[in-house]
Structures are given as structure tokens and as C-alpha cells.
Design a protein around this ligand. Structure first.
Ligand code: ADP
Ligand code: MG
Ligand code: MG
Length: 877
């Protein structure tokens, strides 16, 4: 029979699938002999069954009762006892951490009888009533969906009636009144009394935690974080310990290193006389963890030594939840902690220095996404005005946008916005996703806003206490701003500015550009070290997509070892457009040759620049690809111009000729029309002109003492015969240019037919480069330019795919074609070079796939080159 419940002493940190992260880590801490309140974990499997069938798996409740008795025996207290009750917490905990997304209910087991028993036993009446009101509130919200505001309103009334500002100042009698008010709220909303049976409370709570897996906000979070929707959550049931017993009690959060910068030291927040979520919710302002030393030196020392042991055990930064009850320290949670991208690099390098992990492991501790985030710009300090105020630097980056106060407004906004809130809670998630940045007036580095923003890599300043958030206004030190006003927030320094502050490039970018050295800078030193190691272990090369000498030079500084894609059509824009028009409008061969002759020297000069910038490295040049009518003005515009001219009785002249050309060339499906290799086959001389320009430019570079390595790439080939025809013409041209180096000819693989017939095509191609944008679009049969707004949202909801196939390669579809083409191509020509030049070349998950598929290199935009280098290294350790 399946077993659904495991005692904390039975599990360990590697059982996250079954016990969830929280449960597995509670078990690990228990095994380490750390002070963890006794308890047990109901497995994720039980949750999946419950969500599937809608009822508790048979046998589960019996198992829970059995394990509950073990906890009772261990503590010498009985659940439901009227005099000295054992109270429980019922906590969600999935395989992947989803901070604040699911439910936890504290103080389970209290009722009208035991609350008085607890008050007498603890000689602290206030504490007993406070616990009871928290139970009714959390239980009502979680199990019966009683709107949270109804409890908050009563709480606010109670504070007003008592004339106090914080909950902690309410006395026992006032809290007892509040309990009565809460019970009325509960009855009014549910039509029943608050359950007095502790066992009923427990079972209802377990079911509610199971169901919280499917809460809207949890689903959104998982979609965003790419966590599968079908894992389910485990439920941890454990004895309560109380941080709200008075001044010798409290609750806190700690990190073994600074999750913002990675620096070693004592980081965390502590709140005296408080329970559970008070710290995380940012409801009252906390003190720094270092201040605990003065408040309770014994617990402080014990905590520091436990933190050290946890770091050794997990070999990484850990974050911790703890509670102190009358001077006794209890550990309530630990996990490998989330961190900013900068901290990830710094910590990985530190752990190598400390001898804890190897360089290979260090590569696994950082990601291309994190590096990409470090390459975002930040504010130009010298151009910044006086800040309005400074809050807690909770999540780095620079964000500028219009103020919105409401999460729905943020989600609906079209331009960049900054979400401004007193504090955030999980219901604000859609707004947080939509906003450029988040500003709150309350809460520390561990508040909801801070934790979630860091997880999303979004700029956040929190706890800006001078900011007073009113109804649609924000005032700070005499300045009032309204919804729609622009502000700038700096998540690296915590500064908040009115208006828009100019942004300057990232330190990491300046380092890659060669403007800064890594010396003396922990972040740059860590980046340098890990990049060197990544390049050392990688077998997949990284080239860049670059159309100009300047782009190629930058790509080279960023570590590219070639140009994987030069788009020649970009050389036909601007004032050269007239030449293309002339080519299109040419009435006879002589006019056409004249137009081509005019384009030749321009192309040649562009190529020379490119070869100079990439001297000694391959430069793959794609012959012209887009339909030629893309170079002409749009049909509507021309029609209007011609109509206007005719209305004025004028001769439309050139416009008239263009209009009839546009009409003639109109295609119903331009992306499937006259483009790529087809252009070369039907427009005489076009490809030949480009090939000649390449060969002449290379010859000029050779003559100048350079080492040009051009390669000619033919786009959109679907059949080997197309390539053979272009190849024959190109070879003739190449042979006619004296002094040119050998130039390889290859093809893009971007039409499904090319992938399938790659064996034949390899006969005429010395290299392949996968154009994964077109390949994806043609494999799925949908247009990249139209689908995202049209139906992708629905596809995400239906789970057709979790991420856009234009962002991350669709391994089963387009990816399978890549594998087929690599295998068939190499079988026909063993020394075939194979690369990829679509957007996917800079996408971390796709880079890993291309490595696995055995490609020689990926090519991506210059800015993504470091990201791809890092991922290429990570893919091979
Ligand atoms: P989350 O996953 O959202 O952090 P938790 O399950 O960790 O939710 O619980 C929420 C809060 O309740 C945390 O601050 C935690 O420390 C506190 N808490 C949970 N269990 C207990 C307990 N047995 N005794 C005291 N406090 C608890
Ligand atoms: Mg927690
Ligand atoms: Mg293409």
C-alpha cells in the first residue's frame, strides 16, 4: 500500500519530489540534530491524488493520526487538550520554492476551551487570544475563502477602538473581543460556526493546502517560473512554537551570505514578539539580525553556528526561518536561498576559493539568464538629481516608468510603469510581472515584494519609509506625485527619483568592452573567472550575428570567434534603397546590370570592414534573403500618393511605376514567396554581384596583409538542385576574381524539406547553418510576426507549450529536424561544419540543446555572446 506520511526523522534533503523542498529540508535539519519542532510530511503524491479525485486518499487520515500520536508522545502534550493543548502548523511546500504562493495555517488545534487553557498555562493571556484570532483569520481565508479584508477591517477597528497603531499593542481583552468579531465574520461568510474540533480543523487545513496548489496566483507564478503544473505540494504538519510570547520571543529570517551582493556576514531581519508571517509581510518594521546579539546573545550564537553548519551541508547560500520562544531557538525552515544575479556569481567564486566547490560546479551555480541581467544598464549617477528618498535596495537594476498604485492598472498599462504600494502580497503578482519595477514603503529585504522581485530579476526598492502612499498619490518629503507621473527607482542603491533619470551601461558590459578591468571588483573578478572556465570547457563555439564592422568588432570584444550571420539586405537600406528600386524597375538587362554595378562597390566596402574587424576568423555572409518588395514603399502609401497626384492633375511619374511594380510583385504569403535562393534563381546577376563583392573585398584584404575568412551562405534552400545552380554560378564568379582566398559555400537549413533531405544537400554544401526562426515558423506552420498576440496566450493556457517556440527551441519539433539534418548531413560529408544563426542561438535553454545535438557553434546577437559562451561551458560540465 502506498505510504502518504513521513516523519521528519525519516526524510532527507534529496527527497524533494516526494516531500517537497520544505519537508525534505526540515527532515535534513532534524537528521542533523538541529532544534526543529517535531512533525511529519504528507507527500506530494497524496496531493496529486486528492486533486485528481477530489477526496482524501484512503488511509491518509489514519496515517496522519498515527504520526500525530508520535508527536504528542514526543512532546508530552495532546492535540485538543483543553488545558495544555498541542498546537500545529499546516504548511504547504512544493518541490520548487514558490514563496508566499500557497497557504500555511498556524495555531491549528485552538478552540473556545483550549484558548483559556493556553492562557492559564502560559500565564500569558494576551498571547493565547492573539494566537486564536490568527487561527480564525488564516483558517477562514484559506479553508473557506473568507475575504481577507473582512478580517483586516475588524483588526483595524480594534486598533482604532484601542487607540493603538500596531497589533502588538492590543491587550488580552481587546483580542478576546476581536476573536468574537472574527467568529461573526466567519459565520456570516460561511454559514457555519468556526469548527471547534481540532481534528476537523487539521483535516480541513490539509485539504485546503492541497487545493492551494491550484490557486490562481500559484498557477501564474509557475507559468512564469516554468515550473510544471502537475507536481502538487506536500503538506508539513508540525508542532507550533511561539514567537509571540513576549519580549523574550520573536521570529526572523536569515541568510548565510548577503543575497543581494554575495558578501559574507550576518544578514537577516528579526521581529520581537511576533509570529509567522509578520516578518515576511513587512507589516511592522524589523531590526537587523545583528541586533539580535544584544537582545538574546545565547540564541544569536547558536543561530550563527547552525547557519555555518547548514552552509557546509548544502555547500551553498542558505536562507532560514527561525523562531525564538522564551529564549529557546527553533529552526522552522531552510533552503538553498534565492539570490540576485550578482550574488550568484560572487558566491560561486567565493565557494571555489573556500574549497567548497570546484570550478565545474561553480559554472552550474550561475546561468546565462543571470549574466544577461547583469548586462542591463543602470542609472547614470552623475546625471541623477537629488533622490527623493532612499529605501532598501532589494533587487538591483534601474527602472523608469509611470506610477501606478493598483495592480490591475499595472497589468493593463501599455507603457513602462512602476508599481507603488505600501506593501505587496501575492495578489499583486500580475501587477508585479507587468511593471518595470516595484516600490514599497514598508518591509525589508525579506518582504514579499523583495523576495518575489528578486526571483523575477525585477528592480525593487522596498521599505522606503518616507514615502507615504495615499489614494492615488504618493508624497515624500513635501513632494506629491500622482498616478501617471514618472519616477525612477534604483534597486542597486535603493534611491528613488522624481522624473526620468538617464541610464548608463552595466559594469559587466563595460568590462566586456575592455573599459574596466576585473581587478579589485568582486563581481567582475567572479565573472571573469567563470567566463574563462566556461571557454575552457566548452566544445560549442560562439559566433555573432553582425552586419557591420562596428557590430563585428564589438562581438569580438565580447568573445565571439566569428560572424555566423551577416545579413546583406541590411546593406540595401537607407539611401541605397533607390538603387534597389532601380534594380526592381529595370526594364531590360542593361538597366538591371547598371543598377547591380552601382550596388557592387558599396557591398564590397561593407564586406572589407567586416573582414577587417573579424580578421583571421570566419565571416559567414548570407546572400540576400527577403522578398524584394520589402524594399519598396507600402502599397497603401503608394496608392495614396498616386491618387493625390492624379487628383491634382499631375503625372504620378516614379510613384506610378513603383505602384505598378508593387502590384505586380504582391504576394499572398510573402514569407513563402519569392525570397531567398529563389531570388537568386530568377533575378539574373543579383547573387553574382554579391559573390563578386565578397571575393573582391577578400582579395583587397589579402592584398592589404589581412587574413579574411569569408563563407557564402545561401538562404531558404529546400532542394539540392537549387543550391547546385547557385553554387555553379558562384564558383565561376569566384574563379574570375584574382587574389581571392578560398571561399566555402554552404546553406541555411530553415525549410523542413532541407532538413529532411540534408544528406543530398550536404553534397553541395560545405557547411549548414540552421535558421531556426524560419524553421520554427515553417515547422509549426504559423507566422512569427502574427501569432504572439493572436493566440499564444491561449496556447500557454492550454499547455500546448510552456514557452514560445520562437524563444526556446521546440526540441520535439524543430529540434528533431535539427537532429535529423545533422545526422544525415554529416553522414554524407563527415567534415561538414554545422551552426545555428536564429534568435535561439542566444537562448540559454536552446544553447544546451544545440550542444547536445552536436553543433559546432551557435551565432547570436553581439550582446548575447557572453551569455551563449557561459551556457556553452555549462552545457559541457
Ligand atoms: P511560506 O512557504 O509562505 O514561507 P511557511 O510554511 O514557511 O510559508 O509559513 C509561514 C510562516 O509561518 C513562516 O514565517 C513560518 O516561520 C511560520 N511557521 C510555520 N510553522 C510554524 C511553527 N510550527 N511554529 C511557528 N511558526 C511557524
Ligand atoms: Mg517559509
Ligand atoms: Mg530565414
Amino acid at each position: 500500500m502506498t505510504r502518504y506520511v513521513y516523519d521528519f526523522v525519516e526524510g532527507n534533503k534529496d527527497l524533494k519530489d516526494l516531500l517537497g523542498g520544505k519537508g525534505a529540508n526540515l527532515a535534513e535539519m532534524t537528521r542533523m540534530g538541529l532544534p526543529v519542532p517535531p512533525g511529519f510530511t504528507v507527500t506530494t503524491e497524496a496531493c496529486r491524488e486528492y486533486l485528481h479525485t477530489g477526496s482524501m486518499p484512503s488511509g491518509l487520515l489514519g496515517e496522519v493520526e498515527h504520526h500525530l500520536r508520535m508527536v504528542e508522545n514526543q512532546l508530552g502534550k495532546a492535540f485538543g487538550d483543553g488545558e495544555d493543548p498541542l498546537l500545529l502548523s499546516v504548511r504547504s511546500g512544493a518541490k520548487f520554492s514558490m514563496p508566499g504562493m500557497m497557504e500555511t495555517i498556524l495555531d491549528i488545534g485552538l478552540n473556545d476551551v483550549s484558548v483559556t487553557g493556553l492562557a492559564r498555562r502560559s500565564e500569558n493571556e494576551r498571547f493565547a487570544w492573539d494566537s486564536y484570532r490568527r487561527l480564525i483569520q488564516m483558517f477562514g481565508k484559506t479553508v473557506f475563502d473568507v475575504p481577507g479584508e473582512e478580517f483586516e477591517t475588524e483588526l483595524a477597528h480594534a486598533r482604532d477602538a484601542a487607540g493603538v497603531r500596531s497589533d502588538a499593542e492590543l491587550d488580552a481583552g481587546q483580542l478576546q473581543d476581536l476573536v468574537n468579531a472574527y467568529k461573526k465574520v466567519f459565520h456570516a461568510a460561511t454559514g457555519r460556526d468556526f469548527p471547534q474540533s481540532p481534528h476537523e480543523q487539521l483535516f480541513l487545513a490539509i485539504g485546503a493546502v492541497f487545493r492551494s496548489w491550484n490557486a490562481e496566483r500559484a498557477r501564474i507564478y509557475r507559468r512564469k517560473e516554468r515550473i510544471p503544473q502537475d507536481l502538487g505540494t506536500a503538506v508539513n504538519v508540525m508542532a507550533m512554537v511561539f514567537g509571540n510570547r513576549g519580549a523574550r520571543s520573536g521570529t526572523g529570517v536569515a541568510f548565510t551570505r548577503d543575497p543581494a551582493t554575495g558578501r559574507r556576514g550576518v544578514y537577516g531581519d528579526y521581529l520581537q514578539n511576533a509570529q509567522g508571517e509578520d516578518v515576511v509581510a513587512g507589516i511592522r518594521n524589523t531590526v537587523g539580525l545583528a541586533d539580535l546579539e544584544a537582545l538574546d546573545p545565547g540564541s544569536y550564537r547558536e543561530l550563527l553556528s547552525i547557519m555555518q553548519r547548514l552552509e557546509q551541508r548544502y555547500r551553498d547560500l542558505c536562507d532560514i526561518e527561525f523562531t525564538i520562544e522564551n529564549g529557546k531557538l527553533w529552526m522552522l525552515q531552510t533552503r538553498v536561498g534565492k539570490r540576485t544575479p550578482a550574488a550568484a556569481f560572487v558566491i560561486a567564486a567565493q565557494l571555489v576559493d573556500e574549497g567548497t566547490i570546484t570550478l565545474d560546479e561553480a559554472l552550474q551555480r550561475v546561468s546565462g539568464e543571470q549574466l544577461a541581467q547583469l548586462m542591463f544598464p543602470s542609472f547614470d549617477e552623475s546625471a541623477a538629481p537629488e533622490p527623493l528618498t532612499t529605501g532598501v535596495a532589494a533587487s538591483p537594476g534601474a527602472a523608469v516608468g509611470a506610477i501606478v498604485f493598483d495592480n490591475a492598472e499595472a497589468a493593463a498599462a501599455t507603457g513602462p510603469v512602476i508599481l507603488v504600494r505600501r506593501e505587496t502580497n501575492p495578489d499583486d503578482l500580475p501587477g508585479m510581472i507587468a511593471a518595470q519595477g516595484i516600490l514599497t514603503s514598508r518591509g525589508g529585504k525579506t518582504s514579499h515584494a523583495a523576495v518575489v522581485a528578486r526571483g523575477m530579476g525585477k528592480t525593487c526598492v522596498c521599505g522606503a519609509e518616507e514615502v507615504l502612499v495615499g489614494d492615488n498619490t504618493l508624497s515624500v518629503n513635501g513632494t506629491t506625485l500622482r498616478a501617471g507621473d514618472i519616477i525612477s527607482i534604483d534597486g542597486t542603491t535603493g534611491r528613488v527619483y522624481a522624473g526620468s533619470v538617464p541610464v548608463s551601461p552595466s559594469k559587466v558590459v563595460r568590462y566586456f568592452e575592455g573599459e574596466l578591468t576585473a581587478h579589485g571588483d568582486p563581481l567582475l573578478a567572479a565573472v571573469e573567472r567563470l567566463m574563462i572556465h566556461a571557454d575552457h570547457v566548452a566544445t560549442l563555439g560562439v559566433h555573432a550575428n553582425a552586419d557591420t564592422g562596428a557590430d563585428a568588432a564589438r562581438a569580438r570584444r565580447f568573445g565571439a570567434t566569428g560572424v555566423g550571420l551577416c545579413r546583406t539586405e541590411h546593406m540595401f537600406l537607407g539611401d541605397r534603397r533607390v538603387l534597389v528600386e532601380r534594380l526592381i524597375l529595370a526594364g531590360n538587362a542593361a538597366e538591371r546590370d547598371e543598377a547591380l554595378a552601382a550596388l557592387l562597390p558599396l557591398q564590397r566596402a561593407d564586406f572589407e570592414e567586416l573582414f577587417a574587424a573579424m580578421d583571421g576568423l570566419p565571416v559567414t555572409i548570407r546572400l540576400i534573403d527577403p522578398p524584394l518588395h520589402e524594399f519598396l514603399p507600402p502599397l497603401e502609401e503608394l496608392t495614396a500618393r498616386v491618387a493625390r497626384a492624379e487628383a491634382l492633375g499631375k503625372d504620378p511619374g516614379h510613384d506610378g511605376a513603383l505602384l505598378s511594380a508593387v502590384r505586380r510583385m504582391h504576394e499572398a504569403n510573402p514569407m513563402l514567396g519569392l525570397r531567398g535562393v529563389r531570388l537568386g534563381l530568377v533575378i539574373p546577376g543579383l547573387f553574382a554581384m554579391q559573390v563578386r563583392a565578397i571575393a573582391q573585398a577578400a582579395a583587397a584584404r589579402v592584398a592589404a596583409g589581412g587574413d579574411p575568412r569569408p563563407e557564402i551562405m545561401v538562404p531558404l534552400v529546400g532542394a539540392v538542385q537549387e543550391l547546385e545552380a547557385v553554387r555553379a554560378e558562384a564558383e565561376t564568379v569566384l574563379a574570375s576574381v584574382p587574389g581571392a582566398p578560398p571561399i566555402r559555400i554552404g546553406t541555411m537549413i530553415e525549410v523542413p524539406r532541407a532538413a529532411l533531405t540534408a544528406g543530398q544537400i550536404a553534397g553541395a554544401a560545405e557547411f549548414f547553418s540552421f535558421g531556426t526562426n524560419d524553421l520554427t515558423q515553417m515547422t509549426w506552420g504559423f507566422s512569427r510576426d502574427d501569432v504572439e498576440s493572436a493566440f499564444f496566450g491561449r496556447y500557454f493556457d492550454l499547455g500546448v507549450f510552456g514557452v514560445s517556440p520562437f524563444e526556446t527551441i521546440d526540441i520535439e519539433g524543430a529540434g528533431e529536424l535539427v537532429r535529423i539534418a545533422v545526422t544525415r548531413g554529416r553522414a554524407a560529408r563527415p567534415d561538414l561544419t554545422v551552426g545555428v544563426c536564429g534568435e535561439h542561438g542566444g537562448d540559454p535553454a536552446s544553447v544546451r540543446f544545440f550542444h547536445d545535438a552536436g553543433l559546432d557553434y551557435v551565432s547570436c546577437s553581439p550582446f548575447r555572446v557572453p551569455v551563449a559562451r557561459l551556457e556553452a561551458g555549462r552545457a559541457n560540465v
